[in-house]
Write a protein that binds this ligand. Structure first.
Ligand SMILES: [Mg+2]
Length: 100
């Protein structure tokens, strides 16, 4: 596997694997897909609590894999969106203007 991919290429790769494994055989429920991403973060939290660093890193990877898959499946160019939002964030005030 080529490990030197752009975010767009990771999207295509993760989505191709998910399709091959049957996760896109019928229309995806977007809300369910989003909650499955949250579930991966919850698994990362649990691994963190157990001080299981290998599992923590794996669950973070699961999170990105599911997110890249969903973005590609929905036609979202996440690389462009990250660039746009990061540029917007640069112009925001310190702590985004919040006191606490
Ligand atoms: Mg997982």
């Amino acid at each position: 596997m080529n490990t030197n991919l752009t975010l767009k290429e990771w999207g295509r790769t993760c989505h191709a694997i998910a399709k091959e494994k049957g996760f896109w055989d019928k229309e995806r429920n977007v809300g369910e897909a989003l909650m499955l991403i949250v579930t991966e973060l919850a698994e990362a939290m649990e691994a963190h609590r157990k001080r299981d660093d290998a599992n923590f890193r794996e669950e973070l990877a699961d999170t990105f894999i599911r997110l890249f898959d969903l973005c590609e499946g929905l036609g979202v160019d996440v690389q462009s969106e990250i660039i746009k939002k990061s540029e917007a964030n640069k112009s925001r005030p310190y702590r985004h203007g919040k006191v606490c």
